[in-house]
Design a protein around this ligand. Structure first.
Ligand code: ZN
Ligand code: ZN
Length: 212
């Protein structure tokens, strides 16, 4: 497949890379229909973020269509349209069970590296360095989604959500949550349209919409 890959400071290329494969029963593979370029990607583009490696696939705000699911994934099925949060969450650890998905203790296999630099490690992130897991991102034709029975938010192809690509909120508690979060404060997001987001007293990590 084709993907946008990082090769160093100010050096991003479109090149052929291996197609992603199911590696765990809870995985899904999505065909990417859109992926944002975030302000945070500038940290990668400018060479500020450590532990990037040549050939890493960028992109952490992705939506797409499910084309394959692992054998243990009972949430998603082929053909589902999903928005994929940039944090990867297992759904089972202490932090996930309490709704703090960005603190997932299990999704970053390289947590020790992040702890060395920051004192603690966040969850694994798509397309955002090896110390955050080394997960290939969504600036590609296809993307593997680990723990895909937790994070991805399904939407109807013809719903208003089909115009809202990715909205991931950094709340006042600095806890990143997917749009599917169900806390009282965030519930309006599930039913509101993208234009309502401006009314939220939260800081948007990224929020953008596109037609179709
Ligand atoms: Zn971002
Ligand atoms: Zn977890």
């Amino acid at each position: 497949m084709k993907a946008l890959t990082w090769h160093g400071k100010s050096d991003v290329r479109c090149e052929s890379v291996p197609d992603p494969k199911i590696q765990d029963g809870r995985d899904a593979i999505i065909k990417v229909t859109a992926c944002a370029i975030c302000g945070s990607d500038l940290h990668l583009f400018d060479g500020i973020m450590p532990t990037m490696e040549k050939g890493d696939v960028l992109g952490h705000e992705t939506m797409g269509e499910v084309v394959e699911v692992g054998t243990h994934n009972t949430k998603l099925k082929v053909g589902d349209r999903v928005v994929v949060p940039f944090t990867i969450a297992c759904g089972e650890c202490f932090f996930c069970r309490n709704g703090f998905y960005s603190g997932c203790e299990r999704s970053n296999p390289n947590a020790k590296q992040a702890e060395k630099l920051w004192g603690h490690s966040p969850a694994g992130l798509f397309g955002y360095s090896h110390m955050l897991g080394g997960f290939a991102g969504g600036q590609a034709e296809y993307m593997r989604v680990p723990y895909a029975d937790v994070g991805p938010y399904r939407y109807q192809r013809d719903s208003r959500m089909s115009r809202c690509c990715s909205c991931q909120i950094s709340s006042r508690q600095a806890t990143w949550r997917p749009i599917s979060a169900t806390s009282k404060a965030e519930r309006p997001l599930r039913y509101g349209a993208a234009d309502r987001l401006a009314n939220l007293q939260s800081r948007a990590h990224s929020c953008w919409a596109l037609s179709g």
